[in-house]
Design a protein around this ligand. Structure first.
Ligand SMILES: [Zn+2]
Length: 254
């Protein structure tokens, strides 16, 4: 249940500026996450009708999810955050799930009405969780920082594993996955959920600010690496391969 704590922190909105050890909660309500332009390109589909049932006000909903992502990735609005000015969000019938394109200041997210139909098994609560989860993942791509000095998403596996691992970690810690969704085994370089659940475990067991520090590591660790970023975030005594082994043991995967 601890995964829910992050979600509500921003709602509480109490700014603590004392230097004591009291846990700080940050108010993101005044942060401009960007304008949302919602486009329904397949209004005739059952998926679009289902979407309208679970999301009555897309603009407000997407901005609320964006603030949850920001609160997961950053310490405060004063951090170095890519400035997103426009989020174009499209509902469209196609064979796929969802995708983000473009870069700040203008990004686009497409969500498949076919996928909405496929993921609806008669339980609207599950459909809501799936929709939020996918959105948290894609919005992470809008606001996350990117590794430096190691190429790009398309050319470097470490870069790719960081980007997709962080997006699934943000999804998980906000409640968009359960432990049942965790893949067994693998390696932290596998990206998506395999990397994401590992990063979330580091946050849950080593440092509650881990995801924020790991995101921030891209500004300081050049060329970026998992090892360098783990040491930046947790301390020089840590080793990513040893942590992975510890994680595998803790999960009962080996
Ligand atoms: Zn992704």
């Amino acid at each position: 249940m601890r995964v829910r704590v992050i979600v509500w922190m921003c709602v509480l909105g109490i700014m603590s500026s004392c230097g004591c050890s009291e846990k700080k909660t940050v108010d993101w309500s005044g942060y401009d996450v960007g304008k949302v332009e919602f486009r329904n390109l397949s209004p005739e589909t059952e998926g679009a009708r289902l979407y309208a049932r679970i999301v009555p006000n897309p603009e407000q909903f997407i901005q609320e999810c964006a603030r949850q992502v920001l609160n997961t990735l950053y310490f405060s609005p004063q951090d170095s955050i890519p400035k997103v000015e426009l989020i174009t969000y499209e509902l469209k019938s196609y064979d796929g799930v969802s995708a983000k394109s473009g870069n700040p200041p203008a990004i686009m997210i497409t969500y498949s009405t076919d996928w909405i139909e496929k993921s609806y098994k008669g339980d609207l609560e599950l459909l809501i969780r799936e929709n939020r989860g996918v959105l948290w993942h894609e919005l992470t791509h809008a606001y996350q920082l990117e590794p430096q000095g190691i190429g790009s998403y398309g050319t470097n596996k470490t870069f790719w594993a960081f980007i997709e691992g962080m997006a699934d970690a943000v999804r998980y810690v906000n409640g968009g996955f359960t432990l049942d969704d965790r893949p067994k085994g693998g390696n932290y370089m596998d990206g998506y959920r395999t990397t994401g659940f590992f990063l979330a475990w580091l946050m849950q067991t080593k440092d509650s600010d881990f995801l924020r520090k790991f995101n921030r590591s891209t500004l300081h660790v050049k060329p970026w690496s998992f090892q360098g970023a783990i040491r930046y975030s947790l301390g020089e005594g840590y080793d990513v391969d040893r942590l992975w082994e510890e994680y595998m043991s803790a999960m009962g995967d080996k």
